[in-house]
Ligand binder design. Structure first.
Ligand SMILES: *Cc1c(COP(=O)(O)O)cnc(C)c1O
Length: 234
């Protein structure tokens, strides 16, 4: 007789996802246009692939990866139907390990890194979508391009043939006021309206578990959720 193995109960992931969806729906009807699309990314750091897959089974179509090594060890266990963005600090010598497995690199913070992504994308016969990570709070401890340098670096990176700049990513400081989200949204709108050739500025990735409400209010279209979906990281 076949014995059904007991399984861990991951229903909390489904409940969390339902809550997040409900909140996004309320926020969207309050602050945004009907035809805006706000994508919810599941940030997978430290989370076992089988738990990530619960989120995918229940409607998540975008995963966010922080660490190259962790991603490489987990990727074959993911359901292969979700799109994957790289969102962590990326060393130039590691670009080659992810170039064929992610559809976007959100954490580009230097021309040097962009040049390496361009080189690897060329080698692999593709164009890589990227976001510029902005250090919007001007924090010494955080990665990202300084606010005042963002336009220049986009102009420079837009010249690279195998890269497409799609927009901005940011992690505002924990204590940031709404003015900082507004400032980021204004920068995003300015860059979009510059219509720099060979760019397609359409993505603003901001908002995590603790600030996605504010981020949605100020134009985010990718919110990156870890804790609120999978629970506290150990
Ligand atoms: C960890 C992480 C997140 C998710 O953070 P939570 O607060 O757990 O939702 C989002 N973006 C980046 C870049 C991260 O490293």
């Amino acid at each position: 007789m076949e014995i059904i193995q007991p399984k861990d109960n991951y229903s909390y992931v489904v409940e969390n996802l339902n809550k997040i969806c409900y909140n996004i729906n309320v926020l969207k009807s309050r602050y945004r246009n009907d035809n805006d699309i706000i994508k919810t990314m599941a940030v997978t750091k430290t989370v076992a692939p089988q738990i990530v897959n619960i989120a995918v089974e229940n409607g998540i179509t975008l995963l966010g990866e922080n660490k190259v090594q962790e991603f490489v060890s987990k990727k074959s266990f993911y359901y292969q139907c979700a799109e994957i963005h790289f969102i962590g600090h990326l060393q130039t010598n590691k670009v080659k390990y992810i170039i064929n497995d992610v559809s976007m690199i959100e954490s580009v913070d230097s021309f040097r890194l962009a040049k390496e992504i361009d080189k690897q994308a060329f080698k692999n016969n593709k164009t890589m979508d990227i976001l510029i990570e902005v250090n919007i709070g001007d924090e010494e401890t955080k990665n990202g391009v300084q606010y005042s340098n963002v336009k220049d670096i986009i102009n420079e990176i837009s010249m690279l043939d195998n890269i497409k700049v799609k927009g901005l990513m940011a992690i505002p400081p924990a204590n940031a006021g709404e003015d900082m989200y507004f400032k980021l949204q204004q920068l995003f709108n300015e860059i979009r309206d510059m219509k720099i050739s060979d760019t397609d500025i359409s993505v603003l990735s901001v908002g995590m578990s603790n600030d996605y409400e504010t981020a949605i209010k100020y134009g985010s279209n990718i919110i990156r959720i870890g804790t609120a979906l999978f629970g506290k990281r150990i």
